[in-house]
Ligand binder design. Structure first.
Ligand SMILES: C[S@@+](CC[C@H](N)C(=O)[O-])C[C@H]1O[C@@H](n2cnc3c(N)ncnc32)[C@H](O)[C@@H]1O
Length: 200
């Protein structure tokens, strides 16, 4: 993927696995988050794929209501998110910081948000070269396109939110090397208002 040879791809996986900063860009991610610091301060924050905790350190410095899901603590995040939903826990900020696709957390994360919340996630930018057939179909299945654009992501997120009568507004997107970091504001709406109808 992304035009790397098999060898460099293996090296990248290795560096990711030893948590090399060059591969998860904590400084750039924190710079972006700092622009929202006044909004996120003291909020209930859920970190998904917290890993070795660079972002956790930052989040814990602005709030004492941070829950960090990591492989070591809560196991596979794709499964544990369903426990958060089952327990009816809700968060004002959810940050999904995976290396790969965040898609399988959607739409369940939408059920874990408070009525006025922020959803942040990492999205690998699809390069021009070397997409294999399965990766390509995966992107089509989740994001409508084999090379999703920012607009495709915004459209899909909007649709996911509407299932729960939530409006999703893109408030920031930052390109950091080979990823985008999206920040959406997610607001619960009254179905009766959207549909201009009264409950009987
Ligand atoms: C981009 S890194 C997270 C970096 C972290 N936010 C930080 O600032 O230090 C992604 C992390 O998710 C972990 N991971 C990969 N698959 C996972 C899974 N299925 N469930 C939970 N964690 C996973 C990886 O080991 C890695 O530590």
């Amino acid at each position: 993927m992304h035009g790397h040879t098999a060898k460099t791809h293996k090296e990248i996986r290795h560096k990711q696995s030893i948590n090399d900063d060059d591969y998860h860009h904590p400084i750039e991610k924190i710079e972006q988050l700092k622009r929202f610091e006044d909004i996120f301060r003291d909020k209930k924050i859920l970190e998904v794929f917290a890993g070795q905790g660079n972002l956790s350190k930052y989040y814990n410095s602005i709030s004492d209501k941070v829950f960090s899901m990591s492989k070591e603590k809560t196991g596979d995040s794709f499964n544990y998110i369903h426990k958060i939903k089952f327990d009816k826990k809700k968060f004002d900020v959810i940050d999904i910081d995976s290396y790969g696709y965040p898609d399988k957390l959607f739409p369940v994360v939408f059920d874990c948000l408070t009525d006025n919340a922020y959803l942040i996630f990492t999205f690998p930018i699809v390069g021009v070269n070397c997409l294999n057939g399965i990766t390509e179909q995966h992107y089509i299945n989740f994001w409508r396109s084999n090379r999703p654009t920012i607009g495709d992501v915004v459209g899909c997120i909007t649709d996911y939110g509407l299932r729960n009568w939530q409006f999703c507004k893109l408030v920031d997107v930052s390109k950091i090397k080979r990823i985008w970091r999206f920040i959406f504001k997610i607001e619960k709406q009254k179905a009766t208002l959207i549909c201009n109808t009264k409950n009987r």
